[in-house]
Design a protein around this ligand. Structure first.
Ligand code: NAD
Length: 257
C-alpha cells in the first residue's frame, strides 16, 4: 500500500504502452488519482483502463497522438482539467535503443521521429495542460527522459538530444510556473526491463546484459515500479518544494552532482 495520497487529483499519462507508463498509471490510481490513459493505440489504452478499474481505480482512455497539438488540446478539453501530467510517450528506436547508426551517417529524416515524439510531444502536452493548472493554482509536470540525454548514447544521438531538449523545457517551465503552485521535474531513466527492451534482457549472458549489470551499483535493470514510485512522489504534495530537477533513476550507474 502506497503512503502517497493523490485523492482528488486527475493525472494524464501519455504513451502508456506496455511498460513504464502502465506501471505509473497503476501506481497513481492506487494512490487515489483518477488516471487519464493515453496511447496512440486506442485498444491498448482501453485495455489498461479496464485493468485499472478492475483493480478498484478510476480511469478513462484518451487515445491521441502527442505530436498533434490540436488532438492533445481537444483531449484535454474533453476531460476538463489535468492536475498531474506525466510525459511518458517516447520513441527510443529499434528495440528500445538508438539503433539508428552513428550520427555521421544519419539524415534529418532519421532524426525527425525522435524529436517529434520525445520533445514536441512533451511541449504539446505541457502547453495544453498548463492553462488549467495555472487557473487552479496547482500542478505537477513530470517528464520521463533518459540517461541517453544526460550521458550520451552511441547510436542514439537524436533520441538523446530530444530527451535533453525535453529536460531543458522542464527547467523553464519550473521557473515560469512555480509562482502558480506548479512544479516541473524530470526522471532520467537508465536501462529498464520492459516489453520494449525485453529482447535485450531475455538472455542474461549476452555481452549487453553483462556489461549493464556490471556497471549498475544495484545489479539489476530498472522496473516500471521503480519509475512509478518516484513519479508518485513527484506528483504528490510531498514534493512541493522540488522543481526544475532531473532525477537519475538508474541503480547507481551515474550520479547527479
Ligand atoms: N525502457 C527503457 O529502458 C527506457 C530507458 C530510458 C528512458 N525510457 C523512456 O521511458 C518512456 C517509456 O518507455 P517504455 O520502455 O515503457 O516504452 P514503450 O515503447 O513500451 O512505450 C512507449 C509508448 O509510447 C507510445 N507512443 C509512441 N509514440 C506516441 C505518440 N506519438 N503519441 C502517443 N503515444 C505514443 C507507444 O505506443 C508506446 O505504447 C519513454 O519516454 C522512453 O523513452 C525508457
Amino acid at each position: 500500500m502506497t503512503p502517497i495520497d493523490l485523492a482528488g487529483r486527475r493525472s494524464l499519462i501519455t504513451g502508456l504502452g506496455q511498460g513504464i507508463g502502465r506501471g505509473i498509471a497503476f501506481t497513481l490510481a492506487a494512490s487515489g488519482s483518477e488516471v487519464v490513459i493515453n496511447d496512440l493505440d486506442a485498444d491498448r489504452a482501453e485495455a489498461v483502463v479496464d485493468e485499472v478499474v478492475a483493480a478498484g481505480g478510476a480511469a478513462v482512455a484518451a487515445p491521441f497522438d502527442v505530436t498533434d497539438f490540436g488532438a492533445v488540446e481537444d483531449a484535454v478539453a474533453m476531460v476538463g482539467h489535468i492536475d498531474v501530467l506525466v510525459n511518458n510517450a517516447g520513441n527510443a528506436g529499434v528495440d528500445g535503443f538508438g539503433g539508428r547508426g552513428n550520427f555521421a551517417e544519419s539524415s534529418p529524416e532519421d532524426w525527425e521521429p525522435f524529436v517529434r515524439v520525445n520533445l514536441y510531444g512533451a511541449m504539446n502536452c505541457s502547453r495544453a495542460v498548463l492553462p488549467s493548472m495555472i487557473d487552479r493554482r496547482w500542478g505537477r509536470l513530470i517528464t520521463i527522459v533518459s540517461d541517453a540525454g544526460r550521458a550520451g548514447d552511441i547510436g542514439g544521438a537524436a533520441y538523446g538530444a530530444a530527451k535533453a531538449g525535453a529536460a531543458g523545457l522542464t527547467r523553464t517551465l519550473a521557473l515560469e510556473n512555480g509562482r502558480h503552485g506548479i512544479t516541473a521535474n524530470n526522471i532520467s531513466l537508465g536501462t529498464m526491463r520492459t516489453p520494449a527492451t525485453e529482447s535485450l534482457w531475455s538472455d542474461p549472458d549476452t555481452d549487453f546484459a553483462k556489461s549493464i549489470l556490471r556497471n549498475y551499483a544495484v545489479r539489476r535493470p530498472g522496473s516500471p515500479d521503480d519509475a512509478a514510485n518516484l513519479t508518485a512522489f513527484l506528483a504528490s504534495e510531498l514534493s512541493d518544494w522540488i522543481t526544475g530537477q532531473t532525477y537519475p533513476l538508474n541503480g547507481g550507474y551515474s550520479f547527479a552532482l
